[in-house]
Design a protein around this ligand. Structure first.
Ligand code: FAD
Length: 385
């Protein structure tokens, strides 16, 4: 061993790795975080920052989202930073009767929990969003929703973890894991090998290839998602607004645009998502994605004709086949834990990562995390050659 030894080595400097490191340091654990590139450079740096509620896939997941959402309201004060937290609410545009039915069911779920939500007719939608070509839609579902800066959240967690003693190394890709008798004894990087009593992989879309280094196949999938941001504009949107069906592309077509717009406090409008099926991680905007997104924008919001785009970007958006996160120990390796594929990452990561810090401390998953164990996929580990 040439590197130091820690209670925990955390792999990945995105929202999940940052939050896990912070909650571990609250438990007085010594933490080393290893990031292959720069902090918040993966999916977290591409994130639109929406703390979504309406997109919850089930009532039980909605309960988790609401519990996480309530933590976000005071998280900036806890971390000692400004998260740029605001609650603009979200309008989900409804195209057809089937979609109306699904949205109306979700509105009832929310109302039962006293969360502001309602269905809007086409006329109400036209009044609420005068810049939208409302005739293309039956109406919309309004739901409470928050927004923050994902960079501030990630760096807020990391700076707070650092203040409590965590060590952070960037430009340090993990290249392998040394193992003996069912335990990881070394985390290998090009310069050093580090040891941790426990190792936590929070590699987002890269988690599959990181865990494959141990022979464990976790079915983490991802779409290639692209977004762009405009110059500063006068106030034109009072809510986030968008279409449903982010994952529809994985059920058939290869490419799709799921338009989503949100105007930030500084006046810029973030426009997402052009989505493509993908099996290789590539963080470049594409010749298909940007024009497709711009066409959809102008079709439904003609006011954007001639508005300048300041930056475009792309990143993998990770998920598991059932859209629920995968959280637990690698079977057969006692001290190797992972957490990836956070569905509705912004509202759930604070909740799940605090639970993860508790779980690795007590050596078993806390009750809330049990449904997300990888055992649901029946996956096992291949013996080393
Ligand atoms: C365009 C876009 C918009 C989105 N908008 C939203 C939104 O509005 N709301 C929401 O909740 N979610 C959104 N998401 C999803 C959300 O961004 C992700 O689910 C979340 O950021 C995942 O965080 P993570 O920490 O698990 O992964 P990441 O942020 O990807 O972190 C993983 C880190 O691991 C590092 N890594 C990889 N390999 C290695 C290695 N070998 N060694 C060391 N480090 C390594 C990577 O460099 C990366 O920094 C969006 C995603 C995209 C792409």
């Amino acid at each position: 061993m040439t590197g130091q030894s820690y209670d925990f080595v955390v792999v990945g400097g995105g929202l999940a790795g940052a939050a896990i490191s912070y909650y571990l340091t609250l438990q007085k654990q010594s933490v080393l975080l290893l990031e292959a590139r720069t902090l918040c450079s993966g999916s977290s740096g591409a994130c639109a920052g929406r703390a979504q509620i309406f997109e919850s896939e089930s009532e039980s997941y909605l309960d988790l989202v609401l519990a996480g959402f309530s933590k976000l309201e005071s998280l900036g004060a806890e971390l000692g930073c400004d998260l740029e937290w605001e609650t603009p609410g979200h309008l989900s545009l409804i195209r057809d009767a089937e979609n109306w039915e699904t949205c109306s069911q979700k509105v009832s779920w929310l109302k039962r929990r006293n969360v502001p939500a309602e269905l809007l007719s086409q006329d109400q939608l036209r009044k609420e969003v005068p810049i939208l070509k409302a005739e293309s839609f039956l109406g919309a579902a309004f739901a409470h929703e928050g927004h923050l800066s994902p960079f501030h959240l990630c760096m807020g967690y990391l700076n707070a973890a650092r203040r409590q003693g965590a060590k952070i190394r960037i430009d340090t890709p993990v290249t392998g894991f040394q193992r003996t008798s069912g335990r990881v004894i070394g985390v290998c990087t090009p310069e050093n090998t580090y040891s941790g009593a426990q190792v936590i992989v929070a590699g987002g879309a890269w988690t599959r290839e990181l865990l494959a280094m141990t022979g464990f196949e976790l079915p983490v999938c991802f779409t290639h998602a692209e977004a762009m941001i405009t110059e500063k504009l006068p106030p034109i949107l009072s809510h986030h607004i968008g279409m449903t069906g982010f994952y529809d592309v994985v059920h058939g077509g290869n490419q799709s645009v799921t338009l989503g717009l949100g105007q930030h406090l500084n006046g810029t409008v973030l426009i997402s998502n052009a989505i493509q099926n993908s099996t290789e991680i590539d963080q470049n905007s594409t010749f298909w994605g940007m024009p497709a997104l711009a066409r959809a924008l102008k079709q439904y919001f003609p006011i954007f004709e001639g508005v300048r785009i300041m930056r475009t970007w792309a990143a993998p958006s990770p998920f598991l086949p059932d859209y629920a996160p995968a959280i637990g120990w690698v079977p057969g390796i006692d001290n190797l834990f992972f957490a990836a594929g956070f569905h509705l990452a912004v509202p759930t990561i604070p909740l799940f990562c605090e639970d993860i810090a508790e779980s690795v401390g007590i050596g078993r998953l806390v009750e809330r995390l049990i449904p997300f164990s990888p055992q649901r996929f029946g996956v096992g580990i291949q013996e080393e050659a």
